[in-house]
Design a protein around this ligand. Sequence first.
Ligand code: NOJ
Length: 745
Amino acid sequence: MNTMDKTGIGAAVPPETGVAGRVAALLARMSLAEKVGQLAQISGADFMPGPKAEELIRKGGAGSVLWLNDTRRFNELQKIAVEESPLGIPLLFALDVIHGYRTIFPAPLAMAASWDPAVAEEAQAVAAKEARAAGIHWTFGPMVDIARDARWGRVVEGAGEDPYLGAAMAAAQVRGFQGTDLADPERVAACAKHFAGYGAADGGRDYDPVYLPEAHLRNVYFPPFQAAVEAGVSTFMSAYMDLNNVPATGNRWLLRDVLREEWGFEGFVVSDALAVGNLVIQGYARDKRDAARRALEAGLNMDMASGAYLENLVDLVQDGTLSMDQLDEMVRPILTLKVRMGLFEHPYTDETRLEKVVALPEHREAARRAAQRSMVLLRNEGGILPLSKDLENVAVIGPLADSMEATEGSWMVFGHEPAAVTVLQGIRAKLPGAKIAYAPGPEIRRDIPSPFDEMHAGTKKPVQTPEAAEEAFRTAVETARGADLVIMVLGENANMAGEFASRGSLDLPGQQEALLKAVSALGKPVALVLLNGRPLSINWAAAHVPAILEAWEPGTEGGHAVADILFGDVNPGGKLPVCFPRSGSHAPLYYARTLTHAPETSPMYRSRYWDSPTTPLYPFGFGLSYTTFAIADLNLSAQQVQVGDTVTVTASVTNTGQVAGDEVVQLYIHQRWGSDSRPMRELKGFERVTLQPGETKTVVFHLGPDELKYWSTQANGWIQEAAAFDVWVGADALATLHAEFEVVG
Ligand code: NOJ
């Protein structure tokens, strides 16, 4: 029997041989060129030079296709792979589905602000369902890079500055994308990226080198990655930049020693785009051949679109530089994923399915809920929020008030047309009988355009002339003057955060602050809604604008969610997953620093600068509510425990206000002395609780070896030490409710 007929060898290898058996059977029949093909991810977009996708696939020269978002085309290419390539091995279609496919959810930073991993899990489950219905098998998410420098544009894609919160969000997203069974036709394979340290780029400049001591990598930057492995993530992506002078894509220590040997990761690693070839540009590899060899030896399975593997690996094996065993080791996990996902049995996608799936009302409901839970109330002087629904004459002002792009935010999937409910639309829907005047004010724009701007659909708006900007400014002020109350919607455009979107300043771009001042000078009540993907140094607003709601990049239902909160249908309960510096020049800034001989907590040394306080404008974990809470009754199960034992910490939280609301109770610790200095505070527990007025709940946290151990520079390993510990429980990183305990050896 010809086993290489129309159904391909993949289907001919009986499932009862088990996953490993099927993979071994396939490997045994694959030619060298076909193996190399599986290690190549090729571009499905026409902006890349080189051989056409069809040609490569037909020869068996592609394991995966990216940068394509077209179900019909997926099926066409898959048909070539399954029916015309030598062994009929199906392709894996990959795309960046970061916070939604058609139904866009809040950006990952916003979801982290929910402090509710269930939000992230549900969002990514919906994203997976929609993406899979379109024919996508594999997403390049979650992005789990810790980011402590708000200038770095990609802070929006991750969960912020903290490893503990970051690990919880990483695991939740993996569960959301993948579910419990990779063969589930409503799920996609996930990819933890960018391994590792990318968020610590020098000066917050995207792609710039990273220097991180091992202890810092292990204590701060690795935990979300390890959590992703423990949650069963299928793949990893190596980062672009140099890590301690070794590019992450060629970094054997990262990809083999840590990821595989220590953490037991059994999936595969894809490079970031073109990163294998880039090893030459980075001054690491001599040429593309050298790059291919070194990346493969380092443990990099799949070359994303650089061509280095396709062009060189056959040769490198034939001349004995690399062995067939080395190659097989890299191919095996790729085939394994394809078998596990059931692609051999179900390689095609029903082209009518997507529209039915994206129309499900529960997707929009989930997006609205996620946006509501993600927003952070930063200021509410005099309780001006929530606003009354009896308002009759409101002005909505600002360049982002009616911007679908800014509402959906950065990282839209290829070909996605923004279709968000804007803040203006959300307010109009909430107050159908009121007069709602709108004026955008002057436009905002990057000084230096993004290379990605060209890739977005839609006509490009010409740059506003200074005269037109002046006129827009005047009109905005006049529009505000005619209203009883003003809602300003300011922040950053979608292309101002994300990849290639770092900036030196954290101020509101363009003339937004000037407009805010001019409108505030009218003496009317003003509420400020921020749409942005990073902390902003809104010092003036924080001192002068009575109400500030951080709405982030809230997604498709963002405008409704903003209106739900502004008008009191929902009580905000989100908390900052990053601190807000007072200036871009204060970055990197984060709460979990080590103490110094002159701690900033002492009145004598209260700032590191003489020209401004260095404390954050808003601390990590901060967020207000329309009600008030009291956190009390901090209790520890023991004052003294042995190394290895667990202390149980309890505290009560009471809603002391008039309306139901959510509080995020946070637990921080500090190890007072040890082999190494330890951060003055570290988050080691949190719980978001909903309380009716007058209601009290008890929250319970556990501090055991997992929470108390750390990677010590001096011990060159993980240790848990006998030492005294401080414990704080409260509503942000400045919590004052304190207790202590001792660990004895
Ligand atoms: C480059 C980005 O760094 C990465 O996050 C993304 O997944 C790839 N391009 C693929 O689009």
